[in-house]
Design a protein around this ligand. Structure first.
Ligand code: FPP
Length: 256
């Protein structure tokens, strides 16, 4: 549905460099409207377009989306086929425009088991857009966080990495996300409060934001609200906040 674009002031916001999104609720959005689930997925794609534009507008540098999980193969055949058709269409019709916008498309996951023509389209999209820097768009497709960790372990073993050389930094390097910055903010739409095997290593310190809105309706203004919420978070990474640190030091000096 057409929505008037309102002015949104981002000057006072802390903008996360990396936002990850679990785009959930397409099916329920469709059901609410007595439409087939595929219509919900189509609306989900239209919304993805809006969110990519909004990320560029808000100067977010990296957007990672959960498009299709390793578990999604267990959905009814007709739905899986419908989703594959949508991915193929998006790869045929949208990649050039994304390229023009300066979007770098990157795939996270395992392309084995995916139809050959789709694999080729994914590789072509990555090749075409690899030098773009305005927005990195990571598409998690046939992706599972546990499978990603196992894949990394296997690769490390194949490379004969010594146990004493295994550090968090090295391990991260072996993940699909390689040396990419971890997500600062992880959003899930549709009222579910789970991570569902998405970026389970990388999201260790991400701020989580759960929205009740179904994905097709989670637009630019809803993303802005999430950014407002994120701006008020105090990210401590297991340490004390800067203010608490100061008080602690003052107290220590006073008690010396
Ligand atoms: C979750 O809604 C959504 C999905 C499993 C598919 C998400 C995919 C898209 C939005 C397509 C866009 C992606 C690309 C890269 C073209 P659901 O079906 O689980 O909703 P429900 O929980 O309400 O049933």
């Amino acid at each position: 549905m057409f929505r008037k674009k309102v002015e949104l002031d981002t000057t006072s916001l802390k903008i996360p460099e990396h936002v990850a999104i679990i785009m959930d609720g397409n099916g329920r959005w469709a059901k609410q409207r007595h439409l087939p689930r595929q219509a919900g997925h189509r609306a989900g794609v239209e919304n993805l377009r809006r969110i990519i534009d909004a990320c560029i507008e808000f100067n977010i540098r990296i957007l990672t989306i959960y498009a299709f999980s390793t578990e999604n193969w267990q959905r009814p055949q007709t739905e899986v086929r419908g989703l594959m058709r949508i991915f193929a269409r998006v790869l045929n019709q949208e990649v050039y425009e994304l390229h023009e916008q300066g979007v770098c498309i990157y795939h996270l996951g395992d392309l084995h088991g995916v139809e050959t023509h789709l694999q080729e389209k994914v590789r072509d999209a990555m090749e075409l857009t690899k030098n773009n820097t305005r927005l990195i768009l990571n598409v998690a497709f046939n992706y599972g966080g546990r499978a990603e960790i196992l894949h990394a372990v296997r690769q490390m073993m194949a490379d004969n990495v010594h146990p004493e050389d295994v550090t968090e930094k090295l391990f991260s390097h072996y993940l699909f996300t390689a040396d990419l910055r971890d997500p600062d903010l992880l959003i899930r739409t549709s009222g579910e409060s789970r991570i569902s095997n998405f970026l389970i290593w990388q999201a260790a310190y991400s701020e989580l934001y759960f929205s009740p809105v179904y994905w097709p309706d989670f637009g630019r203004e809803e993303l802005y609200e999430a950014l407002q919420d994120y701006s008020h978070r105090d990210r401590r990474f297991g340490k004390l906040s800067a203010e608490e640190d100061e008080v602690e030091e003052e107290e220590e000096v006073a008690s010396d």
